[in-house]
Design a protein around this ligand. Structure first.
Ligand SMILES: Cc1cc2nc3c(=O)[nH]c(=O)nc-3n(C[C@H](O)[C@H](O)[C@H](O)COP(=O)(O)OP(=O)(O)OC[C@H]3O[C@@H](n4cnc5c(N)ncnc54)[C@H](O)[C@@H]3O)c2cc1C
Ligand code: FES
Length: 259
């Protein structure tokens, strides 16, 4: 195991429901909290059970001292189970894993576009961007208002498909609209594959664009070969867990049917 990767027994501090079927769980996990970078993830497993059998991948949302905070939408067995965990219950976290977003430099303008559970990456990116003197702007899209969460201390421009909050339209349409007045140096995006495909199509040739894919993963460490992402140059596949989950939008082909 690399020296900056840890297997930690992490105890739950608290779990809160923050939007429709959407939760934040805070863990005590000092080693991972100290090592994680924006866009990296952990594989979470439940001790003393085979259901679910495989660990689940979660981007680290935020760290506070020795705490790691995960943000997730309860969509299946693992996330539902996690959403019910009480103070002092334990999980096992393996991480930080993967290649995250590139580091930002002073004065650099970055637009961060997120949707669905991809909103997990917002706080950790914003905090790193502020620390490095970059200038981040956050855009967050959802189908409707009650799926959105307002993160503390982060100014966010919202977009909803039904117009119930913020801009009426998708988060990508919001970005295009904003580009009439201003232009970032970089775009970071995290969200469902159709959203990433749209970001890729609209911006990859104009602005340095990085997208974080949510390819299902079994091991998270490059061992099972179960997370292929097609290379655009036709030379084969990357592994989402090792080479990503963050990729330069110009180098990958997203799964067919995504657009
Ligand atoms: C690098 C990475 C980072 C991630 N970060 C986050 C994050 O920060 N927050 C977050 O919420 N998610 C995140 N995900 C996604 C998360 O890992 C998956 O959604 C995970 O599978 C959830 O586990 P689960 O057991 O709750 O759901 P699963 O049971 O694995 O189900 C996942 C999806 O598959 C569907 N599904 C399940 N069973 C079936 C079936 N039999 N037939 C058809 N569809 C089915 C479910 O409805 C659901 O949409 C990330 C994924 C990756 C790869
Ligand atoms: S999840 Fe096993 S190789 Fe990527």
């Amino acid at each position: 195991m690399p020296t900056n990767q840890f297997l930690e027994s992490a105890s739950v501090i608290e779990t809160r429901e923050v939007a429709a079927q959407t939760f934040l769980t805070e863990f005590s996990s000092p080693k991972i909290a100290a090592a994680v970078k924006p866009g990296q993830f952990v594989m979470l497993s439940f001790p003393n059970t085979l259901d679910p059998l495989l660990p689940r991948a979660f981007s680290v949302c935020e760290t506070k001292g020795d705490r790691v905070i995960l943000f997730y939408v309860a969509v299946g067995k693992g996330t539902t189970r996690l959403s019910k965990m009480q103070h002092a219950e334990k999980v096992v976290l393996n991480g930080p894993l993967g290649t995250g977003f590139p580091e930002l430099s002073r004065g650099e303008k970055v637009w961060i576009a997120v949707g669905g559970s991809g909103a997990a990456v917002l706080p950790i990116i914003i905090s790193a961007a502020n620390n490095s003197g970059a200038s981040p702007t956050a855009f967050y899209g959802a189908r409707t208002k009650n799926q959105l969460m307002q993160f503390n201390h982060i100014r966010i421009e919202f977009a909803t498909d039904d117009g119930s909050a913020g801009f009426h339209g998708t988060v990508v349409e919001l970005l295009k609209d904003k580009m009439h007045d201003s232009r970032p140096d970089k775009i970071f995006a995290c969200g469902p594959t159709p959203m990433l495909a749209s970001v890729q199509r609209e911006f990859q040739d104009k602005i340095r664009t990085y997208i974080s894919v949510e390819t299902p993963m079994a091991c998270g460490m490059g061992l099972c070969q179960g997370c292929p992402v097609k290379r655009k140059d036709g030379t084969g596949y990357y592994l989402a867990c090792k080479d990503g989950p963050v990729f330069d939008a110009r180098v990958i082909e997203l799964a067919a049917g995504a657009v």
